[in-house]
Design a protein around this ligand. Sequence first.
Ligand code: CO
Length: 162
Amino acid sequence: MKHTIITEPNPLLRKISAPVPVGKISTPEFQKLLDDMTETMYIADGVGLAAPQIGLSERIIIVETGDHKPAAYINPEIIKTSFRTTMSEEGCLSVPGIYGVVKRHRGVTAKALDRTGKEVTIKTGGLFAIILQHEIDHLNGILFIDKAEKIHSVAERANPKI
Ligand code: CO
């Protein structure tokens, strides 16, 4: 089932999301939520989606890890960042039509629970590292437009929306 993606200035995008109790992860309802979020992301042509974007204040993100391989991360936390930064041009499904250049860490190490409830460590760079930083910001009520150094509006762009 596809969810509706809420957009700025909906106040639900600004809430700090609550951690998911570990015991909830294996329930059929929660597993279905992860599938529905993944479907919602792909239908919207995005490469990342955080639960607040469907109005749910829980620490859940879906990310495209490359080659149409989605991953769900629960209670994700960045535990280490590279000193080197990169200027990333970003858009967001919740901020339609707006793009901006955001300074991000080039690489990050994050820990999270996967969809089976197992603790995983993700050490990554490139687009995947950018997506993780963007989606974890959503869990803290932060949008890329808050951090962008340059913001522009473009009607049509081929850039991935995270
Ligand atoms: Co976004």
